[in-house]
Design a protein around this ligand. Structure first.
Ligand code: DQA
Length: 143
C-alpha cells in the first residue's frame, strides 16, 4: 500500500515556525518520522509539502485517480478552501485530516474545518506523532 502524506502552506517551516505552538521538530524530521514509520509498518509513503493551493489540488486529484489513501494537513486551507475540500472529496480511499496543534484550543477560526466532515477521521493536537498514528491506522485498516 502507498500513502500520500500531503502538507499545506507554511509546514515546510516547521521547527522555525512558532515553536511554542508547533514544536521544534523540523519538516525534515517530519519526513523522516513518516518514512521511518512507513518502513516499520511495511507500507510505502510519499511526503510532500506545498505553499500553492493548485499544486495541492493536483496531488489530491492524483490520489483520487490512483486510489491512494491520504494523510492531509491542509494547514490554513483547512479553514477556508472550498477548492481543497472539493478535491479531497474526490478521494475514495481513506483520508485522514491531521493537525499538529489542537486547533480547538486556539483562535475561534481554527475550530472550523472544511475537511472534517468529509475526512475518514481526524487527528488533532498530538504533535507530529499524529502523522505516525494516522499511518498506523491506515496500515491496520488495509489488512
Ligand atoms: C495546523 C493548524 C492550522 O490552523 C494552521 O493554519 C497550520 C497548521 C496544524 O498542523 O496544527 O498551518 O494545520
Amino acid at each position: 500500500m502507498k500513502v500520500l502524506v500531503l502538507n499545506g502552506p507554511n509546514l515546510g517551516r516547521l521547527g522555525k515556525r512558532e515553536p511554542a505552538v508547533y514544536g521544534s521538530t523540523t519538516y525534515a524530521d517530519l519526513v523522516s518520522l513518516c518514512e521511518g514509520t512507513a518502513k516499520e509498518l511495511g507500507i510505502d509513503v510519499e511526503v510532500r509539502q506545498t505553499d500553492h493551493e493548485g499544486e495541492m489540488v493536483g496531488w489530491l486529484h492524483e490520489a483520487a485517480d490512483h486510489g491512494l489513501p491520504v494523510v492531509l494537513n491542509a494547514a490554513a486551507w483547512t479553514h477556508y478552501s472550498v477548492a481543497v475540500r472539493d478535491a479531497a472529496s474526490q478521494v475514495e480511499a481513506p483520508l485522514i485530516e491531521v493537525h499538529i496543534s489542537n486547533v480547538h484550543k486556539r483562535e475561534e477560526f481554527r475550530a472550523r474545518s472544511y475537511l472534517s466532515d468529509i475526512a475518514t477521521g481526524v487527528v488533532v493536537g498530538l504533535g507530529v506523532r499524529g502523522y505516525a498514528l494516522a499511518l498506523r491506522w491506515l496500515a491496520e485498516e488495509s489488512v
